[in-house]
Design a protein around this ligand. Structure first.
Ligand code: MOS
Length: 701
């Protein structure tokens, strides 16, 4: 893989620690006296545990105990989210999904615990045929994980369609997908009386602290969560899942520290997944391509008995294009499976596959260039709310992307571009994502020896947040970013942004900006570091907090979204049905770029992620057994470097309404639209319209 647009600016301060193994992940933390734990999961998808046979496991080498539901403390119900699953694990004999924990084996080493866990067998009762996606009634989500508006209507869609010259209507589907972070979830839990400390691989320290406190009936101050580094999450560590809960419960039960590390296979069932969706889109347009109606309905699978995890697939239809009539609707099917959760990029990442495919179908049906079609539907204000856009860069992204990609050389007829035996296709998709934000606090010190330190309770999840902190602080203080030290990863520190929803850089960066500004003023007044030394002062300290609610005047009267345009070239081997990425050009308007290196890395990662969605990632639930058939990276395939062609990334703009530092979210933006750009390119190459992701070889033969 090669990429253009080389970054300038600071390097990533956490890099050396990671490369040399000094960065400590939850499974690395030394824990003398701790027992290693492994979970036993139910092998059926419904019913209850009638009998558990643990004798063989108890006799296995190194085993200290086998815990069942009866051995664990009773947990107090919590709302979900932040609990990833509404039903608490191992509190009764119910089996709610295949893999639902039914026993915990504690041993001297993790290998011994995993081995013994395999020796535990169970008898089940009341097992029923599991309901699969497609077999349950779609119902309005009414509780739990409903993070998006489920029913919205602006104008009269029927009238808009009646007035249309061209109507396209189609159904699109996306598959069940898994997060697959490199680091499986791991939690080291230790009790000291009624105080609990957990080292756990989580995407949010504060939510984990509050949730554990609630589960065990403690005050949040009695719970300390430590997590400086996370080996990837993509959403599966965003809420609190059984790995964290059961480690703490087991440690309490046995009165010893316990470290529970999930297996790779358990990551497919115990941390959520992205649920399959079915989406229906109908677009109406005038002869010159102006939309008269947009209807986007979506249904996703969710877990019976675990709340209503709801995907906001249609939300972007609310602001992406001008239309006098827009209707969106979300329904869920409650089926027998582990509870789904948000996965990079929820909502728009699923919805824009459908909407941007439909726009391509409309372009073909109307004989209008796909870039032109999008440009002629630019709204003046948010068509759903009537609010002005804080900044609206879609048209600039489309034009700049088309220029960089060389779009004017495209011949519109499908199959008209060839390179040897390969059919070449060029596709485009618009990209947008709503901007999220979270209150963030940092403590910052200027030391008399010239060092600067930022302290905040955030974790480095792979996105390079420390580089962002350094860049913002360095700019405000007028110093080299590398002079700013960062201490992070502990609820004992001021609470930073959770590492979810593409909000960390902007939210935390704003807090750093506020702190660094105040610290710089104080330091100047004190005569700089030399002044501190003369006065015998070791350091100056300030706290900076950005609270989006207190700063609501900045953003709440605007429609604040990030935008982009992604252009993909595919090469299709018509004899083998293989699709390969030729190249990808993406231009984003995501507000001010705080760290060019990390922003570009995020964008590359997002496009690679989108390639996985488009051509590789599909998890199959086995009918009758209700289990994911393949729970490893051999049977569930993700992209590797050899899959990826040239990627060209550009960022535009600045958005002072989004945050004090002009930044918006980047991380999830770049995984959006890629699927549609690729299937649109495949249509251009072959004339085949793929409406179901991922593209399969037989779709093209
Ligand atoms: Mo993301 S799905 O908010 O980690």
């Amino acid at each position: 893989m090669t990429t253009t647009t080389q970054p300038t600016g600071p390097l990533r301060p956490e890099g050396p620690a990671k490369l040399t193994g000094h960065a400590q992940y939850a499974a690395d933390v030394p824990a003398p006296g701790a027992l290693a734990a492994a979970l036993v999961g139910a092998s059926v998808p419904t019913g209850r545990v009638a009998a558990l046979h643990t004798a063989a496991a108890e006799k296995a080498p190194g085993v200290a105990a086998v815990l069942t539901a009866a051995d664990l403390p009773r947990l107090r119900p919590q709302s979900s989210p932040p609990l990833g699953h509404a039903a608490l694990p191992m509190q009764d004999d119910a089996v709610r999904y295949e893999g639902d924990p039914i026993a915990i084996v504690l041993a001297a080493t993790w290998e011994q615990a995993v081995h013994a866990a395999n020796l535990v067998t169970a008898e089940y009762a009341d097992v029923t045929e599991p309901l699969m996606f497609g077999q349950a009634e779609p119902v309005p989500p009414d509780s739990g994980h409903v993070l998006w508006p489920t029913d919205h209507r602006t104008g009269d869609v029927e009238a808009g369609l009646a007035a249309a010259e061209t109507v396209v209507s189609a159904r699109y589907t996306t598959s069940d997908r898994h997060h697959n972070p490199i680091e499986p979830s791991s939690t080291l839990a230790e009790w000291d009386g009624d105080r609990l400390t957990v080292h756990s691989s989580v995407q949010t320290l504060t939510l984990t602290q509050q949730t554990l406190a609630g589960l065990f009936g403690l005050d949040p101050e009695q719970v300390r969560v430590v997590c400086p580094y996370v080996g990837g999450g993509f959403g599966c560590k965003g809420y609190v899942w059984p790995n964290t809960t059961l480690a703490a419960a087991a440690a309490k039960a046995v009165g010893r520290p316990v470290r529970l590390t999930s297996t790779r296979a358990q990551m497919f069932t115990l941390n959520g997944h992205q649920p399959a969706t079915r989406q229906e889109i109908t677009l109406g347009a005038t002869a010159n391509g102006r939309l008269t109606a947009v209807r986007h309905h979506a249904v996703n699978a969710t877990a019976r008995g675990e709340g209503h995890f709801c995907e906001g697939a249609p939300v972007a239809a609310g602001w992406l294009y001008a239309s006098p009539a827009i209707q969106t609707r979300i329904r869920v099917q409650q089926v027998d499976r582990p509870n789904p959760t948000a996965m990079r990029s929820p909502a728009e990442g699923l919805g824009l596959f459908a909407l941007e495919s439909a726009m391509d179908e409309l372009a073909c049906a109307s004989g209008i260039d796909p870039v032109e079609l999008r440009l002629c539907n630019e709204p003046e204000v948010d068509p759903t709310t009537g609010k002005p856009f804080s900044s609206r860069t879609l048209a600039d992204c489309l034009r700049e992307g088309a220029r960089r990609f060389g779009w004017e050389r495209r011949t519109p007829e499908p199959g008209s571009m060839r390179d040897g035996n390969d059919l070449v296709g060029w596709g485009v998709a618009a990209v947008t994502r709503e901007t999220n934000r979270a209150a963030s606090t940092v403590r910052m010190r200027a030391h008399a020896d010239g060092r600067f330190v930022v302290e905040t309770g955030i974790q480095e999840i792979g996105t390079g947040t420390p580089a962002v902190i350094q860049a913002v602080a360095g700019e405000v203080l007028g110093i080299a970013p590398a002079r700013v030290g960062i201490e992070h990863g502990d609820t004992a520190q001021p609470p930073g942004s959770p590492a979810i929803g593409s909000m960390s850089a902007m939210s935390l960066g704003s807090a750093v900006h506020i702190a660094a500004t105040e610290l710089g003023d104080k330091l100047t007044a004190a005569g700089g570091a030399a002044g501190l030394r003369t006065a015998g002062i070791d350091y100056l300290e300030v706290e900076g907090r950005w609270d989006p609610d207190e700063d609501a005047a900045r953003w709440k009267d605007h429609s604040v979204n990030a935008y982009g345009a992604v252009f993909a070239e595919v090469r299709v081997d018509p004899d083998l049905g293989l699709v390969r990425m030729g190249r990808c050009t993406a231009v984003y308007g995501a507000g001010r770029v705080l760290s060019p290196l990390t922003a570009r890395s995020q964008a590359i990662g997002g496009i690679v992620w989108g390639w996985g969605q488009a051509v590789l990632e599909k998890s199959v639930l086995e009918p009758g057994r209700g289990r994911f058939l393949s729970k490893n990276l051999a049977g569930y395939i993700v992209p590797v470097n050899a899959d990826i062609g040239d990627i060209d990334i550009t960022f535009l703009d600045d958005d002072r309404h989004a945050s004090p530092i002009g930044a918006k979210g980047i991380g999830e933006l770049s995984a959006i639209g890629v699927g549609a750009a690729i299937t649109n390119a495949v249509h251009h190459a072959t004339g085949r319209r793929i409406r179901d992701l991922p593209i399969r070889i037989h779709d093209l033969l």
